[in-house]
Design a protein around this ligand. Structure first.
Ligand code: ADP
Length: 398
């Protein structure tokens, strides 16, 4: 019987998955990858094989109403397509591991309970990640599940980088900076030696620019600092989150505008950032195609914040050897990369316009003092690797 591993990345309105088939002791291949999008509105199921050929594109309105039913629909489809396949493990993306989980963990019901306590630290993501784990416990109780945390890659930050400078007694309960998008950064760090060997051991800033956006400062492939902190609200301007904000603004919302905590949470997680500034969209593609001044201002602010934070992390690293762009915007938008690189030319970065337009991987000129790159991320593969290693389905690379 063939062995398979399922990777799940469950969000508020989407369930992304990747299904891997074991080839031999060391190698796995992608059998299918896809997603159920629009959960809660108009759920659409789409699946492609490893070559990108469409396996499924269908509407699931009749069967999928929430995360649990999305898992049911995915499990039924997998069973119909791979009847009799043995699923030897399920790997999950879990946004927050708190202080305790600084590496992937084999899940038990008790650990799941502990992870629920972290929901207030990531209200937009954590409940959905955990609901998927619960659903797999119910549907496939004998299949081992592994949680891979977005915070784990940042667990080596210095005490000073992690500090939340409030009274220390308040911080004892885990109030500190964690950093996120760790699975993406860990993947990028793992491929740098192959794609850009000259900078892999040096000082690199990785810009994960998607709907959620952050920067990570890498030294010798290890995370030194990140623009995201205690929650996924800090740092860069994001699709619907503001990024760094004077905490006095939050006090003002409570005290002067009389808003309730839930209303403030909704504003901060769902109504700010690109969407809030533009009043049009949280989607960068949309905004770049519009001419309204509000759309232009949103894009300008996104670039401004990214450039400012690159400067800050350059100071933390004591200089920089390379800048890497990844995720939806970082991988696909030559315009945003150009604006960020041009505004960062003071670092000695010289953009190669043609290479940038064609997507790299190297997008800086040969004489540029620091190099710039486009490297596609692969969080699913990172989760799969952790799952295989933890379940003994793959030998560690020596
Ligand atoms: P997340 O995984 O955080 O939901 P993604 O990494 O998929 O987000 O990135 C989504 C963002 O990438 C959206 O703002 C989308 O508009 C943007 N994006 C995708 N393709 C392009 C493109 N060609 N040009 C500009 N932005 C793009």
């Amino acid at each position: 019987m063939e062995d398979y591993t399922l990777v799940l990345n469950a969000g508020s309105s989407s369930l992304k998955f990747c299904f891997f088939r074991r080839l031999d002791e060391k190698n796995w291949e992608v059998a299918a990858r896809g997603q159920i999008e629009g959960i809660g509105t108009v759920p659409q199921f789409s699946v492609r094989d490893a070559q990108g050929a469409v396996l499924v594109k269908s509407n699931l309105t009749a069967t999928v109403t929430d995360g649990q039913s999305a898992i049911e629909a995915l499990a039924s489809w997998l069973r119909s397509k791979w009847a009799g396949a043995r699923v030897s493990g399920v790997g999950h993306r879990v946004v927050h591991g708190g202080v305790q989980y600084d590496r992937p963990v084999l899940l038990t019901k008790q650990i799941l309970q502990q992870l629920h306590e972290l929901v207030p630290l990531a209200p937009l993501h954590q409940p959905h990640n955990l609901a998927a784990i619960e659903a797999v416990f119910n549907r496939l109780p004998d299949v081992p599940q592994v949680a891979c945390f977005d915070t784990a890659f940042h667990s080596g930050h210095s005490q000073v980088a992690n500090l939340v400078p409030l009274p220390s007694n308040l911080c004892k309960s885990g109030l500190r900076r964690y950093g996120f998008h760790g699975l993406s950064y860990e993947y990028i760090a793992s491929v740098l030696p192959e794609i850009c060997p000259d900078i892999a051991k040096g000082r690199v800033i990785v810009a994960h620019l998607g709907n959620g956006a952050s920067l990570c400062a890498l030294k010798d492939g290890k995370s030194i600092d990140s623009s995201l902190g205690f929650t996924a609200l800090d740092g860069l301007c994001m699709g619907t989150r503001p990024g760094a904000l004077d905490p006095g603004v939050v006090l003002y919302l409570f005290q002067s505008l009389g808003l309730a905590a839930k209303e403030v949470e909704t504003i901060l997680y769902k109504q700010s950032g690109l969407l809030g500034i533009s009043g049009i969209s949280n989607d960068m593609r949309d905004l770049l195609s519009r001419s309204e001044p509000e759309a232009c201002l949103a894009v300008d602010y996104f670039v401004y914040r990214a450039v400012k934070e690159i400067g800050a992390l350059t100071a933390v690293l004591g200089g920089i050897d390379g800048l890497v762009f990844t995720a939806g915007i970082g991988e696909n938008s030559p315009e945003i990369r150009k604006r960020i690189c041009v505004a960062s030319s003071w670092l000695g970065l010289e953009l190669d316009a043609q290479a940038n337009a064609s997507g790299g991987p190297r997008i800086s000129t040969q004489q540029s003092k620091i190099s710039a790159w486009v490297v596609p991320t692969n969080e699913e593969l990172m989760i799969a690797r952790h799952t295989w290693l933890l379940l003994g389905l793959m030998q560690p690379v020596s």
